[in-house]
Design a protein around this ligand. Structure first.
Ligand SMILES: [Zn+2]
Length: 334
């Protein structure tokens, strides 16, 4: 059972860091696998990398950069990643992907409940003054035997939601039940957007510029002063006066569906996960902006069914029609 989901993970290095071992990378030799994208020569199997506690201050852990395995040569994987990343997607999304040092297929995730992770090296901790960033993706995205855990965008989104709701005992209350695009490319695009969204947030490049927009949904939206290295799934922080959060459901579980419906119809939130922290709000808004913004498999319909006999909600259309969400999304392009 895919009962929790750690797509929310993002690690921030607080210890010293060193240059990733480039000796193991082979640049410019894969002409037969050349796709003409900025990710050429950057997609590798991951041999070893601790994205969760690497370099954590206080634990005496020295930062260890990722150890690269073989360069990925599977044309299905490469084609899917390139289609997800560069299939006429928004320029601000492509830019963040091109900033990645490496994109990993992390086989350690295949037995875990994690779709992917994003990792940003803090430049002030870096001996070389360069802030590299990495994304890892679970090979379960390409597995046909994963029991549907990552079989589609709606399954992926439902798993995240169910994981949050399972902590308050209402995991089956809501499901993403349909989408106009629901295959592997749009699923990968959602995972990539979520993880580079975390990297963008932690790098601080746009967060200050977005503060007015995020004040629309947070009482005190601000760049995190001391961000947690990694956001535990379902971690909550910040005060919000719009929508409903998990603690409200915990308090009054009988109203769970009503609270969830209010969240999705409010026009303030791209997802329920977005209500957990300002960072997840930023990341989930970024993700929905990428998915609905442009692209060869642009999302125009993403249905959330509350299983209460009432009409489902199309969160993609809510997102496109909401001035608050469009203002929040608009700040990415600045
Ligand atoms: Zn997240």
């Amino acid at each position: 059972m895919w009962k929790t989901c750690s797509v929310a993970v993002l690690a921030l290095i607080l210890g010293s860091c060193t240059e990733p071992n480039r000796n193991q990378a082979s640049f410019g030799v894969a002409s037969q696998r050349y796709f003409g994208s900025c990710l050429d020569g950057k997609i590798f199997e991951l041999k070893q990398f601790d994205y969760a506690t690497n370099g954590k201050t206080g634990l005496g852990r020295k930062y260890q950069p990722p150890q690269l395995g073989a360069e990925v040569t599977d044309t299905t994987i490469l084609n899917d990643i390139n289609a997800a990343a560069f299939g006429n997607t928004p320029a601000y999304f492509q830019k963040e992907l091109c900033n990645l040092e490496y994109l990993f297929i992390d086989r350690n995730l295949s037995s875990k409940e994690t779709a992917g992770w994003g990792f940003w090296e803090a430049p002030d901790q870096s001996s070389h003054g360069v802030s590299n960033s990495f994304v890892g993706i679970s090979p379960s995205v390409w597995s046909t035997s994963s029991g549907g855990m990552l079989a589609s965008l709606t399954q992926y989104k439902t798993n995240i939601l169910a994981s949050m709701l399972s902590t308050v005992g209402v995991s089956t209350a809501v499901a993403y039940s349909g989408a106009n695009e629901n295959g592997r490319v749009v699923l990968l695009r959602a995972i990539l957007a979520h993880e580079v969204g975390h990297i963008l947030y932690r790098s601080g490049k746009v967060v200050d510029a977005c503060s007015a927009e995020y004040d629309l949904t947070w009482d005190k939206y601000a760049k995190p002063k001391k961000p947690k290295r990694m956001l535990p799934f379902g971690y909550q922080d910040g005060k919000t006066s719009v929508g409903w959060r998990l603690k409200d459901i915990r308090r009054t579980p009988a109203k769970a569906v009503d609270y969830l419906r209010d969240t999705y119809t409010s026009g303030g939130w791209a997802s329920f996960l977005a209500t957990s922290t300002p960072e997840e709000d930023f990341v989930e808004t970024f993700t929905m902006a990428v998915l609905t913004g442009s692209g060869s498999q642009k999302l125009t319909r993403l249905v959330v069914d509350f299983k209460d006999g009432k009409a489902p909600v199309d969160i993609a259309q809510v997102f496109l029609a909401s001035s608050v969400l469009q203002q929040k999304a608009g700040c990415f392009t600045r």
